[in-house]
Design a protein around this ligand. Structure first.
Ligand SMILES: [Zn+2]
Ligand SMILES: [Zn+2]
Length: 300
């Protein structure tokens, strides 16, 4: 999976940082997490294709996470999108979209499927992946998300298959799909005889605006990549508590406790120009940390 940070500022955009949005590209499909103002411009700048956009996940209805949504949806209409688009988010998201549509006198020819979640659960479940959500601790109802790939079958060992006398062709495919087959001479071959160990799927957790909490920890558990807000440095801990945000040190503690492999901090207060001091604060707790920049890309 390829993760592209489209906006990394909190509250207001700066010349260098747009508002919250992260794109995840998986097998040609694009998932968008949050859609702050200007997301569609960053989306184009990152050379992502609107036609590949499958699902949008909105964490909460604070403006810096959602004000880019209507513009993006309208651009999809202008691009003559026909395939459906899934929009997942907190209660109120449907009303927000419908109200904007009505007041802006806009219609979408494509099907926009809005699914609201008011508690922890699974938002979509496909043969290859699923997405979990769980409420975080913020002054407005906020969801965190985790995209979890399902385990893939092990690598097919052609040499072993040949040694077993399995003819090349459709039987290979059936074994790869986990089926036991019967050869012409009556012997049976089980998939585990020719497949390596299952390959675990990757996990990407997205924890936007929140105080450190159990649900953030659960979403981040064993994540290959944890994307966590780090609005403030440790020196502004009191402000972080008051505004229900996390400091970069608190985010690092979540990553460490959860056993995440890598942490990327985002959603920085616009007061910070140089983020290296914040990175150092976090790295003292959790060394494998990066501070996000707009248009930064990471392979997971
Ligand atoms: Zn925010
Ligand atoms: Zn917020």
């Amino acid at each position: 999976m390829r993760v592209v940070f489209l906006g990394t500022s909190s509250g207001t955009p700066t010349l260098a940082r747009y508002l919250s949005s992260v794109a995840v590209v998986r097998e040609g499909e694009i998932f968008l997490f949050d859609c702050g103002e200007g997301t569609q411009i960053r989306f184009r700048r990152a050379r992502l294709r609107f036609s590949r956009l499958e699902r949008i996940f909105i964490s909460h209805l604070h403006g810096d996470h959602v004000t880019g949504l209507m513009g993006l949806l309208m651009s999809l209409q202008m691009a003559e999108r026909v395939q459906p688009l899934y929009l997942h988010g907190p209660p109120g998201l449907q009303e927000y979209v419908l109200t904007c549509k009505r007041l802006l006198h806009t219609q979408f020819a494509y099907q926009l499927i809005v699914e609201e979640a008011g508690k922890a659960g699974v938002l979509c479940d496909t043969p290859e992946y699923y997405v979990e959500c769980a409420p975080l601790e913020h002054r407005l109802f906020t969801l965190g998300f985790a995209l979890q790939e399902k385990p893939r079958p092990g690598v097919f060992n052609v040499a072993v298959a040949q040694a077993l006398g399995i003819p090349e062709g459709p039987l290979y495919g059936r074994l790869q799909r986990g089926e036991t087959i019967v050869l012409e001479d009556g012997r049976t071959v089980r998939p585990e005889q020719v497949l390596g160990p299952p390959r675990p799927g990757k996990r990407i957790a997205y924890c936007p605006d929140t105080r450190p909490c159990e649900n953030a920890l659960a979403l981040a558990r064993n994540a290959d990549l944890l994307i966590h807000e780090g609005t403030f440095g440790a020196e502004l801990h009191a402000e972080a508590v008051r505004k229900t945000h996390a400091t970069v040190v608190e985010a690092a503690e979540i990553a460490k406790t959860a056993g995440a492999k890598r942490l990327v901090l985002t959603h920085f207060s616009p007061r910070y120009r140089d983020l290296e001091p914040l990175r150092q604060q976090a790295a003292a707790i959790f060394p494998h940390v990066t501070v996000a920049e707009d248009l930064m890309e990471i392979e997971v």
